[in-house]
Design a binder for this molecule. Structure first.
Ligand code: DOR
Length: 461
């Protein structure tokens, strides 16, 4: 397998036009796809189908292209601070721009883990300097930071590792979990794999070097027990809860009776890869939760179609190729996907598995609602001009040597996909155009208005 040793330099490139007209695009609006024009004025979408003689600084003729709201990825690991040999906010946010992602919400398992307001603020300051796209950062739960969780601000919510994964964050004790669900008010999200089950399975398979055992150690039972446990906690404490990276059909059944408290998401590796791919990909597809079977893939797609799963996110978790190529179980878990996720899903649109509108709902609108993000997730007047232009006909091969992520590889290396982002705008500024990146950092902190009440409170607006 070939590998990019350096990321390509960013050529100097356009600065924001004050007023931009994107015309002749097929625009994915909340009401459906329409052939129309969009006027960007400064940071916002000023008008849809503006009057004929509007004076503008730039006209983009988007004939033949579709215009989508920028993707909001609510589960990424960008490794800064502390693990920047794998990724950092500059490389990751450029990978976002290339992939049509205009806002990311980053997980707290950096080094040190983001478990206090001061550590969150430090991340926000780093992003303000280095991020090409918009950002937000979760606060991580520990058994003893309840005061920090109660007072945290400028954050989408609280992340609990109910099962351990990369890093040391873990809250497994029932009393600790009860306190977090009962004494905090921010929305909660969790990594759901049952620690006891995982440890028992690992002990039974002790000494294995077969990476396929990863899916026997982090098995269906581990996922089901932890997801059920978290759903019970959310219900009893009437606390908003979002299930990260659902990997099994069994969990999708638990989500059937979701009420109005619970939302869930799926990731591309759990939808598109299965245990049958271990011989081909080995430790490259080792992830937590593990990938499961083709039957699980099918059930996840079904749950995405019928809205038991509302959100698509990547769990972008870069590790270097050297780290990944260690033998199991020394090899770390995690898959990079941020710059190919939209293309992978557009390819599924091309193949007729899912509609473009459903992809846009799950990648743009739903995450904005789940996390109460102000002014994002849809193309509408007054919303932020976070936009991505896609060519639904373009076919390209994903190649390691073209990856912008610092880790420089993709499990989809060599995979042909049809439907690619070609241009991306963040807060009205063009940040990516067919291989070129803006040099200034257009990203801003996303605003979270938790009084909105989340996905189920706003889904019919
Ligand atoms: O596979 C994973 N890798 N799952 C996680 O939950 C964490 C992630 C990482 O940070 O490497």
């Amino acid at each position: 397998m070939s590998r990019a040793t350096t990321n390509r330099p960013s050529p100097p490139f356009v600065f924001p036009a004050m007023k931009t007209l994107i015309k002749n695009a097929q625009v994915v609006l909340p009401t459906g796809v329409e052939s129309t024009a969009i006027l960007i004025d400064g940071e916002r979408i000023a008008a849809i189908d503006p009057a004929g003689h509007t004076a503008v600084d730039e006209i983009v003729d988007a004939s033949g292209y579709h215009l989508l709201p920028g993707v909001i990825d609510d589960q990424v690991h960008f490794r800064e601070p502390g693990l920047t040999h794998k990724e950092d906010l500059a490389t990751a946010s450029r990978a976002c721009a290339k992939g049509g992602v205009t806002t990311y919400l980053e997980m707290p398992n950096t080094r040190p883990p983001a478990t206090t307001q001061a550590l969150l603020d430090a991340k926000l300051a780093l992003a303000a300097k280095n991020s090409l796209v918009n950002y937000g950062f979760y606060i991580g739960a520990t058994p003893d930071n309840i005061a920090d969780l109660r007072s945290a601000t400028n954050t989408p919510g609280i992340k609990i590792f109910i099962g351990s994964s990369t890093g040391d964050l873990l809250v497994d004790d029932q009393d600790d979990l009860e306190r977090i669900f009962s004494e905090t008010t921010l929305p909660i999200t969790a990594h759901c794999e049952d620690e006891t089950t995982v440890r028992e399975n690992a002990a039974r398979l002790a000494g294995t070097t077969d990476v396929a055992d990863h899916s026997r150690i982090r098995d269906h039972r581990a996922a089901r027990i932890a997801t059920q446990r978290a759903i019970d906690l959310a219900r009893r404490h009437q606390h908003r809860f979002h299930v990260l990276h659902v990997s099994t059909g069994t969990e999708t059944n638990l989500l059937a009776d979701h009420g109005t408290l619970i939302t869930a998401e799926a990731c591309p590796h759990h939808l598109l890869l299965s245990v049958d791919d271990y011989p081909r990909l080995g430790t490259l597809m080792q992830a937590n939760p593990s990938v499961k079977t083709k039957a699980d893939n099918r059930q996840l797609w079904q749950a995405l179609q019928d809205n038991r799963i509302q959100v698509l996110a990547t769990d972008h978790a870069p590790h270097t190729l050297e780290e990944k190529q260690q033998s199991y179980p020394q090899s770390p878990s995690g898959i990079p996907a941020i710059e190919n996720h939209l293309a992978l899903m557009l390819n599924e649109v091309h193949q007729g598995r899912i509609s473009l509108e459903r992809v846009v709902e799950a990648m743009c609108d739903a995450p904005a609602r789940v996390w109460d993000i102000v002014g994002k997730g849809r193309i509408a007047e007054g919303y932020d001009a976070d936009l991505v232009l896609v060519d639904l006909q373009q076919t390209k091969t994903i190649r390691n040597e073209e990856q912008i992520t610092k880790c420089g590889w993709s499990p989809w290396h060599g995979h042909n996909t049809t439907g690619w982002p070609v241009r991306t705008w963040v807060n009205g500024q063009e940040v990516y155009r067919e291989g070129q990146f803006a040099t200034s950092c257009a990203g801003k902190a996303a605003l979270f208005d938790h009084a909105r009440g989340g996905y189920w409170a706003t889904v019919n607006d």
